[in-house]
Write a protein that binds this ligand. Structure first.
Ligand SMILES: Cc1cc2nc3c(=O)[nH]c(=O)nc-3n(C[C@H](O)[C@H](O)[C@H](O)COP(=O)(O)O)c2cc1C
Length: 449
């Protein structure tokens, strides 16, 4: 059957790949709440399209760190791509070049920086995990530089590996016919089979848990390449990244594979963009599967997005052709979104002022005729466990629908109690959440009565 969207590759990959490999690619950490949320949060953002604008010419080109690319859609680093397809990272590099966009190569690639460079011209970034042995890091960064990589994406959210339960169950390890090619000559290319996740043990053994802001400065002493800090979710860390010399920020929760119950990246984006104040570009990855998602990220201030899983799934399904098709589908969808919303260039993609609400945050008004609105707000306070909850009824809507206020209030109280009880069971994230978030649960009258 014809593939018509990016997400369809996942089912094919699942069929084709050994369970251990598919699970490694697909999983998130622990309850996988953030994994679902990365997608779900996009669905809560709506358009305010404009009409009768001449959209016969659409320009999607942009520049990233001074490099001109064909569209703001780039490839995130995903490890061990030869488990998906024998051509692995070569195929991805070729597909990215053909699409005129950037590929980021993982430290844990199954092809080396030199091998990827040998596939032909292309703008490529190198993703860095900082190992305890700093000589290893120095050598690797130099090799990436020499191989023509244009930037370092420093991953900062992985002092330890997130708990991915299927990897533990499957005793995940790199298949014996493959190596982490960048580390082969350094005797760190193999992964032992262990009694849990082989990758988690490898990380515990090799990756430097003491990594801190000083190291971001140190990195600048060993390379002249620009550094993108990958894994920022807060204004504080956006500021620190810039103060410590980052050339850009990637808002990322590592595809929901590290800290579960961290927010969806699309929800964390605006806070980071605001803090960056245009000093450096801010990018986003996590859950981008549609051209509309790309548009939403740009409207909320991203300079571009990166995709992770769609690449490994399409690679598994159809090698280079699969990755090419993913990039083309996203490009076409993004172009169509621009046309249908009345935007001809990336700079025309904006978030309207609140009174215009180009990007409506909650589709409450869309519950349909006959809906009574009842909202339960969960508020995460600034001081961590300052948790409050309240509900409110929209009187006007209730009146219009002849829905008694007292009944709505009673229902609201019930919902409130249920929410509090859940909180007490520990089902809601409280504690160290640093910023204010409101989540609105809307229920239509069917559910209320
Ligand atoms: C299978 C897989 C492997 C990954 N490997 C790496 C990696 O080696 N280094 C890194 O910084 N991020 C890695 N990531 C995270 C991605 O770079 C990116 O943040 C994430 O996949 C984006 O979310 P998405 O998969 O929903 O598009 C990996 C993600 C996946 C799914």
């Amino acid at each position: 059957m014809e593939i018509t969207n990016v997400s369809e590759y996942e089912a094919i990959a699942k069929e084709k790949l050994p369970k251990m490999v598919y699970d490694y690619y697909a999983s998130g950490a622990e309850d996988q709440w953030t994994l679902r949320e990365n997608r779900y949060a996009f669905s809560k953002i709506l358009f305010r399209p404009r009409i009768l604008i001449d959209v016969s010419k659409i320009d999607m080109t942009t520049s990233v760190l001074g490099f001109k690319i064909s569209m703001p859609i780039m490839i995130a680093p995903t490890a061990m791509q030869k488990m998906a397809h024998p051509e692995g990272e070569y195929a991805t590099a070729r597909a990215a070049s053909a699409a005129g966009t950037i590929m980021t190569l993982s430290s844990w690639a199954t092809s080396s920086v030199e091998e990827v460079a040998s596939t032909g011209p292309g703008i490529r970034f190198f993703q860095l995990y900082v190992y305890k042995d700093r000589n290893v890091v120095k050598q690797l960064v130099r090799r990436a530089e020499r191989a023509g990589f244009k930037a370092i994406a420093l991953t900062v959210d992985t002092p330890r590996l997130g708990r991915r339960e299927s990897d533990i169950k499957n005793r995940f390890t790199l298949p014996p016919y493959l190596t982490l090619k960048n580390f082969e000559g350094l005797d760190l290319g193999k992964m032992d089979k262990t009694n849990d996740s082989g990758l988690a043990s490898y990380v515990a053994g090799q990756v430097d848990q003491s990594l801190n802001w000083k190291d971001v400065k140190w990195l600048q002493t060993i390379t002249s390449l620009p550094i993108l800090v990958k894994g920022v979710l807060t204004a504080e860390d956006a500021n620190l990244s810039i103060q410590n010399g980052a050339a850009g920020i990637i808002v990322s929760n590592h595809g929901a594979r590290q800290l579960d119950y961290s927010p969806a990246t699309i929800l964390a984006l605006e806070e980071v963009v605001k803090a960056a104040q245009g000093r450096v570009p801010v990018f986003l990855d996590g859950g981008v599967r549609r051209g509309t998602d790309v548009f939403k990220a740009l409207a909320l201030g991203a300079s571009g997005i990166f995709i992770g899983r769609p690449v490994v799934f399409s690679l598994a399904a159809d090698g280079e052709a699969g990755v090419r098709k993913v990039l083309k589908m996203l490009r076409d969808e993004f172009e169509l979104t621009m046309a249908l919303s009345g935007c001809r260039s990336l700079k025309e993609i904006t978030r309207c002022k609140p009174e215009e609400t180009q990007v409506a945050r909650e589709p409450l008004a869309q519950l349909g005729k006959g809906s009574a609105l009842l909202m339960v707000c969960r508020t995460y306070g600034k001081k961590g466990d300052d948790w409050t909850s309240s509900f409110s009824t929209n009187k006007e809507v209730l009146k219009k629908n002849d829905f008694p206020l007292t009944k709505a209030k009673r229902k609201g109280e019930e919902l409130l109690q249920a929410t509090k009880a859940k909180r007490n069971e520990g089902n809601f994230p409280v504690g160290s959440l640093q910023f204010l978030r409101q989540q609105v649960i809307a229920a239509d009258d069917d559910k209320l009565l």
